[in-house]
Design a protein around this ligand. Structure first.
Ligand code: FNR
Length: 199
């Protein structure tokens, strides 16, 4: 079976540069023979983590959608903005909720779905560093709290407001090559880790 890649966008606006980059990553993965699914965290519309919601109605069903999408993927690519040098609250909040979700039916607990799952990181920003600083925190968060295997290769797209043409494709060949490098190495890791399980 082809490698299945889940691409997660962590932007909080419609005209998102990171969403554009996530779409580009999906196209690149499909050219490589993988299947790709784009999951926009904003569209999940999770409430801000609240202990009373957790104690009352329980972990929101949308956290289950995220768990199912991750469980079904051989690898996960996070494409997220940087806010003040840090990963955006939309991303942290969704993963925090997921960490509280217990197993139900055929669905694994949140932390079980992420454990050992290969992850890759991309970011885009109009700034000169492209969101580079936040990726180190996100890497640590995903590795330490979620036991994900975060690929060493990552890429921050700087000047991202000028990076895409009218059709939404990356204009700069070097940038496209860098994104392709991240996607291809992540797909290879996903394939390598999926193989022993016979999936
Ligand atoms: C930003 N932005 C930003 N950019 C950056 O490179 N480093 C940073 O630390 C920050 N900090 C920051 C904080 C807050 C609260 C906002 C709203 C924005 C700018 C950010 O990169 C820009 O808004 C991007 O366009 C956001 O990504 P999307 O939504 O276009 O994907």
């Amino acid at each position: 079976a082809p490698v299945h890649l889940l691409v997660i966008s962590g932007s909080s606006r419609t005209g998102s540069l990171n969403l554009a980059l996530a779409r580009e990553a999906c196209r690149i993965a499909e050219v490589q023979g993988a299947t790709a699914r784009l999951l926009d965290l904003r569209a999940l519309d999770l409430p801000l983590y609240d202990g009373d919601i957790e104690a009352g109605p329980g972990v929101p069903a949308q956290a289950g959608e995220l768990i199912a999408a991750i469980a079904a993927a051989d690898a996960v690519l996070l494409v997220t903005p940087e806010y003040n040098g840090f990963p955006p609250p939309l991303v942290i909040n969704a993963f925090d909720w997921m960490s509280r979700a217990r197993a139900s039916g055929t669905q694994p607990a949140g932390l079980k779905a992420t454990a050992g799952k290969p992850a890759g990181l991309l970011s885009a920003s109009p700034g000169p560093l492209g969101g580079l600083r936040s990726m180190n925190y996100l890497r640590q968060y995903l590795q330490m709290a979620f036991a994900m295997i975060v690929h060493p290769r990552q890429f921050a797209l700087s000047r991202a407001d000028q990076a895409f043409d009218a059709t939404g494709e990356l204009k700069d060949e070097k940038a496209r090559e860098a994104v392709t490098g991240v996607v291809v190495s992540l797909l290879q890791l996903g394939a390598a880790l999926a193989a022993p399980r016979g999936e």
